[in-house]
Design a binder for this molecule. Structure first.
Ligand code: 5AD
Ligand code: SF4
Length: 482
């Protein structure tokens, strides 16, 4: 495992190894040595600040980048005064892109004063040709740009950057490589995301993910289990299995394995107490999975099942491959098998051509399905996707009005659903201390947050907490003495 490696003892007077993991270790050691020398000079590189936009997959990949930098000897700092500034970007909706450009504009003035500071951009946005062109033209002070397919090469790219005069851009069109065992610096000591697959084959017509993350690739189940065993050794008790469509996990492996089977393998890892997963596509949710969730002792009874729209007409144009009836039927089937399930979803408002009638179908599903929470998004036009070419874009004021109406219904229904736990005692995993000292936040198996008074030693532990007052999407609670 990487944390058993002494990077100061690696042999560096030979060419870089061919094996991908060893090669990155070699470059980490090279950078470590190089940065130590720089430290003696006038412009040391000692600290880094990494900002992550977007989904949990990005969070996970940022942990690898942070782990690599720390293995090189750099120290993390939460301010843009750091010597190396990194952005892991998202491009699912336009807002995230605009934020990144905003930050770059600001950093330009800082870099004028501190020319030795390094700026690095990577992740989904960089897989778009027009973005890279814009960075080359308008932001030449960015030192290193890479995409989603070669993140595993970060140590090597960083080394090149330290020795290059100009901007380095390295974007790959695609990759079927999955590189294991890179250094990782986890955000939490007791819970962790675990990638089980990369990419997506679904091509929902509004979505840019398949273009920037490439085709679906599953990791071998043995590699996943091994990673989880190592995480347990390191103090982790909760894992979140991550993929764009976990329900199609393992279909393309040489020896195909179903997602339910993978869950069973993970469940057998001693020391794991909770298993979560994200995201499920309704078209691929199998009976096998529902049955497994119903009987499992460790898989949390929470399912994130993006519906996107309640209109069968729009679902077809979105290329979702289910309709309103099928979605509601699925919800019914799940509730029957797992009556205490907590259901959450994603909904897009203002997809091209959405009529009031279509929108009311969405409202109808929200009314009927009993979501604990729904993440609501205003449709964002992503160039390169089929929906971007559709003509009937919905006027902004109409979209805003629908969005507000939907949000109100989601909140009302969510509050009703969440209040079902009022007065009950739940086991929570204590995750963070809030800014108010002595107030801690825990998460129930149903993914509901509860704030309560506690002490530092409770972080990372499972405690019994009474959910006293429902505040909508969270609770105020109190610890129940054993
Ligand atoms: N506009 C708005 N929302 C989008 N999503 C994906 N693409 C878009 C887009 N172009 C939403 C979907 C998805 C979630 C992660 O982001 O609801 O489930
Ligand atoms: Fe995008 Fe659809 Fe793939 Fe999800 S399933 S990542 S919405 S293309």
């Amino acid at each position: 495992m990487f944390n058993e490696i002494d990077f100061d003892k690696l042999q560096l007077d030979m060419p870089a190894p061919e094996n991908d993991t060893q090669r990155q270790y070699y470059y980490i050691a090279k950078c470590r040595e190089g940065l130590k020398e720089l430290e003696l000079g006038e412009t040391p590189i000692r600290t880094f600040c990494l900002t992550t936009f977007g989904c949990q997959m990005n969070e996970k990949q940022s942990e690898v980048v942070a782990g690599t930098l720390e293995a090189m000897g750099l120290v993390r700092e939460e301010s843009e005064n750091a010597d190396v500034i990194l952005f892991n970007t998202c491009t699912v909706r336009e807002n995230a892109n605009l934020k990144v450009y905003g930050r770059l504009g600001y950093l330009q003035s800082i870099k004028k004063k501190r020319p030795n500071m390094k700026i690095i951009m990577f992740g989904c946005m960089m897989q778009e040709e027009h973005v890279v062109q814009k960075i080359k033209k308008d932001y030449p002070f960015v030192d290193l740009v890479f995409g989603t397919h070669n993140i595993f090469k970060f140590a090597e790219l960083f080394y090149e950057m330290l020795h290059a005069a100009g901007q380095i851009v390295d974007i790959w069109e695609g990759s079927d490589q999955i590189i294991e065992e890179l250094p990782t610096e986890r955000n939490f000591s007791f819970k962790s995301g675990v990638n089980i697959m990369f990419g997506c084959n679904n091509f929902c017509s509004y979505c840019i993910v398949p273009y920037v993350r490439g085709r679906e690739r599953s990791r071998e189940p043995e590699a996943i289990v091994k990673e989880i065993e190592n995480l347990v050794q390191d103090g982790v008790t909760e894992v979140m299995l991550l993929g764009q469509n976990v329900n199609s996990y393992g279909k393309n492996l040489e020896n195909p394995v179903s997602f339910a089977k993978l869950l069973e393998m993970v469940e057998q890892v001693e020391g794991i107490k909770r298993i979560r997963f994200m995201t499920s596509h309704p078209k691929d949710l199998s009976d096998e999975l529902i049955e497994y969730m119903a009987t499992s002792k460790k898989v949390c009874h929470h399912l994130h099942l993006p519906m996107q729209s309640g209109s069968s007409r729009l679902l077809k144009i979105m290329n979702r491959r289910y309709d309103k009836e099928k979605y509601l039927g699925l919800v019914e089937k799940i509730r029957k098998a797992i009556p205490d399930i907590s259901l959450t979803t994603d909904i897009i408002v203002g997809f091209p051509g959405e009529t009031e009638e279509d929108f009311l179908e969405t409202m109808d599903v929200v009314d009927k399905a009993g979501f604990d929470t729904a993440f609501t998004f205003i449709y964002s036009k992503r160039s390169g996707t089929p929906a971007a070419k559709m003509e009937e874009q919905v006027p902004e004021d109409v979209v805003k009005d629908r969005f507000q109406r939907l949000l109100k219904l989601v909140q009302d229904r969510g509050r009703e659903r969440s209040s079902r736990f009022e007065g009950s005692v739940q086991e929570v995993l204590v995750e963070t201390e809030s800014k108010d000292k002595g107030v801690f936040t825990g998460r129930t198996a149903y993914n509901l947050l509860v704030h309560f008074e506690g002490t530092d030693d409770m972080l990372g532990k499972y405690l019994k907490v009474r959910l006293d007052t429902c505040k909508g999407f969270y609770y105020l609670g109190s610890i129940v003495e054993e």
